[in-house]
Design a protein around this ligand. Sequence first.
Ligand code: NDP
Length: 247
Amino acid sequence: MFDYQAPESLLADRYIVVTGAGDGIGKAAAIAYAKHGATVILLGRTTEKLEQVYDEIENSGGPQPAIVPLNLETATEHDYIEITNIIDQEFGRLDGILHNASLLGLRTPLESYDPVTWQQVMQVNVNAPFLLTQTLMPLLHRSEDASIIFTSSSVGRKGRAYWGAYSVSKFATEGMMQVMADEVSSTSNIRVNCINPGATRTAMRAYAYPAEDPTNNPTPDAIMPLYLYLMGADSKSVNGESMDAQA
Ligand code: NDP
């Protein structure tokens, strides 16, 4: 596991958007960020799941989060502008985005890959993070120390048969992170990095590996050290890196 002990107040007074915050790794990250002082903007497509995370954060005494129900597959430019306006009015700036939501799509050869699924995966995994980041950028510029984290995968670094659009989308994610990191490198306040969570006990993993014993993989909570490190000030000088949560 990535070795980092986060100070309790690591993310105090920070406003952080987490996508796919209702389940799996995104849920764990939202709760971990709130536990370390952040006001978390919970973005996801299933409102009931977001409400559960909201309650969990409130009940544990964390800063009151915000809920943004949004389906990244169908979201329009208007939706992104509206979210940006709400965050602007409520908080006046943004200190971090964790791009975590993803679609797995099909596990099938490219030769027979369904084009509609291809578009859906690219929309959720690549286009949506691009559009969301672009719209939120003015608010990130107002932060003294903003961190953008994309979520990659081992199949986003080396292609693997039958991983289709998911694998290609994760290569695109690595590329987007590198281009953006190079562009912001002249500013001192924004950094952009990728996390590869590694095999983690979630619904997506169970779907991808139905025959596997899930208890052999760490829980989302167990991989949080890197998520905390890259979101907080201790990683201020880290930009353009793709890091493994389970290194
Ligand atoms: P899960 O499928 O468990 O959770 C994904 C979350 O994203 C869910 O909350 C889901 O919402 C949300 N989501 C999916 N589609 C949309 C959409 N169209 N709009 C809004 N939200 C959406 O996945 P994991 O927690 O396992 O994965 C998190 C990230 O980690 C992903 O980027 C994944 O690719 C990556 N990853 C995971 C690995 C693993 O072993 N688990 C390994 C390598 C990478 P809902 O709850 O409503 O379905």
